[in-house]
Design a protein around this ligand. Structure first.
Ligand code: NAD
Length: 497
């Protein structure tokens, strides 16, 4: 049985952990290994190692830093299938989805390879007589990332390639539910020539997170996970003087206007609601059917649900795998019961699904509720499973008001053939990432990812230009080289001449 441990000082940690948790295969429910849990002493060892490496790495030339990124990029590409299989074995997602996760992560590495261009400062000659001014951006030192179970490779890759390319040492605290991908990434970074200590992994749960937040040697923390924990991380981290960006949960709506292409909308709704078994922060959880759309669209969605292949992730042709944990399965089942009790119509019930030989796996089939209303818990709460709720709205204004009243504001999509309506929606909707006839509008690496309201605590989104800003500090230099005509004391406030 495998033992997953920390990565400190450029190698797997060899100490004895005081505490372990089991790691499961979601397709069978079997325990496949154990993961070591970090305490404050392990976090401190990782910070010492990172602090020891950060200085030299921050001073390494841009050429050296980007060369390591290029080598890492090549290695990840060559190990895509290995990484994907690790994801399937612990997270449960199907192979095509796992390969997609790695390739979306790789896009951030591509972006980080071009960091020298993004770190270029500005220069103004002669801002005053014989005085030049220029700006530079410098790494922060030691920074940390805390990541969720749903994207064990991609979400860490939103963070560390940019942090490292900017000259920081990075400590990753991955989810304890699927810890192995972090160690494959650590190994590939070491093979790419990254000096020991520049990338570390501490496995663990709340104890490790709180040690990261309290540690004075860590300058900044990126977090992705649920809203209550995001708020805790933001409040605790900033109170300790750290820079924090904390991305939280979501309840994403897809608004379908009566003029939309309903074949396109049905394909999009099914892909976005049930892809990754609904365990995506950009999954569509609510379909807002405007006017008479519901009665025309629902048969198309149900027909597509009937054709979905739910199966263990490694099975050829599998489109939807199990949920990641037994708790997630229990949570979905409990919301199905609540939704029925609250009066919504459960028109597709995934609880009837049986997969021979996988009776103890965490499987539930696609679920579809019609006639959902805003007061219901299935509408209000993030379920994080394959459950799509249909809310019927009379008008565009009613649909917009519904979206804007939601506590979360991560992603949203509108389906219409009316360019004017789409343009109005993009201006009026209060959400961080907007899709127009695109159900999962995850920005490319060179844009920044992040929601509004309860979906993000902090001011700065991840990756893209905002990611570079998060992991660096700006400095402006005003320089005058000696010139005899400037001799003489002047107590006045410096003025331009
Ligand atoms: P989670 O909040 O339970 O865990 C996230 C991280 O925090 C993990 O590393 C975990 O070990 C740690 N953690 C858990 N409980 C903690 C506590 N009480 N104190 C300190 N640390 C704690 O989230 P999850 O269940 O792993 O992931 C699913 C959630 O993540 C969903 O809400 C989803 O919407 C969200 N998510 C958001 C985004 C985004 O970009 N906004 C992306 C992916 C996932």
């Amino acid at each position: 049985m495998k033992l997953v441990t920390h990565w400190i000082g450029g190698k797997a940690w060899e100490g004895q952990a005081g505490r372990h948790l089991d790691v499961h295969d979601p397709a069978t429910g079997e325990v496949t290994g154990r993961v070591a849990m970090a305490d404050a002493a392990v976090v401190d060892a990782a910070v010492s190692s990172a602090a020891g490496a950060a200085g030299a790495w921050g001073r390494a030339s841009l050429a050296v830093r980007s060369r390591v990124m290029f080598a890492f990029r090549d290695l990840v590409e060559r190990h895509t299938r290995e990484l994907a299989d690790v994801l399937t074995s612990e997270q449960g997602k199907v192979t095509t989805d796992a390969m997609g996760e790695v390739s979306r992560g790789l896009e951030i590495v591509d972006f980080a390879c071009g960091l020298p261009q993004l770190l270029k400062g500005e220069f103004s000659e002669n801002v005053s007589a014989d005085v030049d001014s220029y700006s530079i951006r410098q790494g922060l030192g030691v920074v940390a990332g805390i990541t969720p179970f749903n994207f064990p490779a991609m979400v860490p890759m939103w963070m560390f390639p940019i942090a490292i390319a900017c000259g920081n040492a990075f400590i990753l605290k991955p989810s304890e539910k699927d810890p192995s991908a972090s160690i494959v990434l650590a190994r590939l970074l070491a093979e790419a020539g990254l000096p020991a200590g520049v990338f570390s992994v501490v496995q663990g749960d709340r104890e490790a997170v709180d040690a990261v937040l309290a540690h004075r040697g860590i300058q900044a923390v990126s977090f992705v996970g649920s809203t209550p924990v995001a708020r805790h991380v933001y409040e605790t981290g900033t109170a300790a003087g750290k820079r924090v960006q904390a991305l939280g949960g979501a309840k994403n709506h897809m608004v379908v206007l009566p003029d939309a292409d309903l074949e396109l909308a049905a394909d999009a709704a099914v892909g976005a609601a049930y892809g990754s078994t609904g365990q995506r922060c950009m999954a569509i959880a609510v379909l807002v059917a405007v006017g008479d759309v519901a009665d025309r669209l629902l048969p198309r969605i149900r027909e597509r649900i009937g054709r979905l292949k739910v199966a263990p992730g490694l099975e050829p042709g599998a489109e939807m795998g199990p949920l990641t944990t037994r708790e997630a399965l229990a949570r979905v089942v409990s919301y199905l019961e609540q939704g029925q009790a609250e009066g919504a119509a459960l028109i597709e019930d995934g609880r009837t699904l049986r997969i021979a030989g996988h009776e103890n796996g965490y499987f539930v089939g696609p679920c579809l509720f019609d006639h959902v209303r805003p007061g219901m818990s299935i509408y209000r709460d993030e379920i994080f499973g394959p459950v799509l709720s249909v809310v019927r709205a009379g008008t565009y204004e009613e649909a917009l008001a519904l979206v804007n009243a939601n506590a979360y504001a991560n992603g949203v999509a509108i389906f219409t053939n009316d360019g004017g309506a789409a343009r109005r929606f993009q201006a009026e909707v209060q959400v961080g990432m907007v899709g127009i006839n695109v159900p999962i509008p995850v920005p490319m690496a060179y844009y920044s990812f992040g929601g509004w309201k309860q979906s993000l605590f902090g001011d700065v989104h991840v990756h893209g230009r905002e990611g570079v800003f998060f992991y660096t500090r700006g400095k402006v230099v005003t320089a005058r080289w000696p010139d005899p005509k400037h001799r003489g004391v002047n107590l006045g406030f410096p003025q331009m001449k």
